[in-house]
Write a protein that binds this ligand. Structure first.
Ligand code: PLP
Ligand code: ZN
Length: 407
């Protein structure tokens, strides 16, 4: 990996050999010393000779940027290369020029597949045969799929109240799914203890330094796909904060290398009941470590990547907002009704966030906005029914339909 120079600790400056398996800087309590992967961009620039013509078969178009060895066997299901769609009807409702990057179209239905592909590739290259993570649901499903694809054993820890669809999916992929009677934060702590005890490879959000790096490809793609008309804003929901951090890092790299001229402002959206990153960014006195929202994928009380997420908001000149569960559900229905895009609650949260940001004067009328839909709605039918209403029951005769619609 001659394009990866070092793993650096942002707290104390200590650096580590990127070829070894290490998670966080041992000089600090717990998992606070999250290592940052640093690159030699001259090497990357030499190697990356792809046309930025918008034709993106999958994220491995950007292999030169990813922290895997040149001869590594890539574990892939075709992740990335997701479309950006114009969203004129939604834009008219929100008063902005609107586009959607639909990352719910990834192989297991979630943006996380980008990172999982990199993590499983690295686990395999390191000769590991068991991989683990803690998850609010989607990371488990994603890891299950890629572990199966790579022929690795997968053991995952999820809060036992995760939506059924998200528990069923990794079971089908053959993973051991351990439903922890507790919150995501408790499942996370348990998975760390287990990693220490057994030495399994850990894909956890934030502590695995390579995890965010895979998510940079959503930023590379956004930069490439908007090369002629960079949006004013790119909007992500935030749980642990890795997606927005990775998306920003990728976009900024393309601007630093002069592949694109401009960068957007990043808008981070959290649920009102799980708002620790927002509270930190806005300098609130009180940062409640609670996770009370039906948007399970962003139900994180103690985000592991607050620092990198705030850096993304800060460097880009962006901002953050919070939205209620009712607003998230309304946004899920609006997105489906106006544009035919089916998102889970955390995937629709950016739409609610745009509405709030318009009301607060953060986003101005007519500005151009790309919302990243991070996850597909098919996994969580229960929330979807709450968003969109119930099925009307009728008898199998014409009279019932006439009664409903008239002659
Ligand atoms: C994990 C997830 C998020 C949050 O991503 P973070 O990197 O934890 O901020 C948002 N939406 C969906 C659908 C997710 O699965
Ligand atoms: Zn350190």
């Amino acid at each position: 990996m001659d394009h990866v120079t070092t793993l650096a600790c942002p707290l104390c400056g200590e650096t580590y050999d990127p070829e070894q398996v290490i998670y966080t800087c041992p000089n600090h309590e717990g998992v606070t010393g999250i290592l940052e992967v640093e690159y030699d961009y001259d090497v990357i620039d030499d190697r990356f000779d792809a046309d930025l013509d918008g034709d993106i078969p999958d994220q491995w178009k950007y292999r030169a940027f990813l922290p895997v060895a040149e001869d590594a066997e890539i574990v892939s299901l075709g992740e990335g290369g997701t479309d950006i769609l114009d969203a004129p009807r939604l834009g008219a409702e929100l008063g902005v020029e609107m586009r959607i990057k639909d990352d719910g179209r990834n192989p297991t239905g979630v943006l996380k597949d980008r990172a999982t592909s990199v993590a499983v590739t690295k686990a395999k290259a390191a000769g590991r045969d068991v991989i683990t993570c803690a998850s609010t649901g989607n990371a488990a499903a994603s890891l299950g799929g890629y572990a199966a694809r790579g022929g690795l054993d997968c053991r995952i820890f999820v809060p036992d109240d995760a939506p059924e669809g998200k528990l069923a999916q990794p079971l089908v992929y053959g993973a051991d799914v351990l439903g922890v009677a507790g919150s995501y934060d408790e499942a996370y702590d348990l998975s760390l203890e287990v990693t220490e005890e057994f030495g399994w490879y850990n894909r956890n959000a934030a502590i695995n330094p390579f995890q965010v790096e895979g998510k940079r490809t959503v930023g590379h793609e956004l930069a490439e796909q908007t090369r002629d008309d960079c949006p004013d804003w790119v909007v992500f929901s935030m749980g642990d904060g890795c997606s927005i951090a990775g998306g920003w890092k990728g976009f900024r790299e393309f601007a630093d290398l002069d592949y694109v001229e401009n960068t957007p402002k990043m808008l981070g959206v959290q649920a009102a009941g799980a708002s620790a990153i927002h509270d930190t960014f806005q300098n609130h006195d009180d940062i409640a470590e609670v996770a009370d929202t039906l948007a399970d994928s962003i139900a994180v009380g103690r985000p592991r990547n607050t620092l990198k997420a705030c850096t993304a908001l800060d460097e880009s000149g962006g901002d953050s907002v919070v939205v209620t569960d009712d607003e998230i559900l309304a946004a899920e229905a609006t997105l489906g009704r106006t544009e035919g895009i089916y998102a889970e609650p955390a995937g629709a949260a950016p739409i609610a966030g745009i509405r709030t940001a318009r009301q607060e004067g953060i986003i101005e009328a007519g500005e151009s906005v790309v919302a990243v839909v991070t996850g597909n709605g098919l996994k969580d039918a229960e929330s979807a029914m709450r968003a969109a209403g119930e099925v009307e029951r009728i008898d199998p005769n014409l009279g019932d339909v006439v009664e409903r619609y008239g002659e």
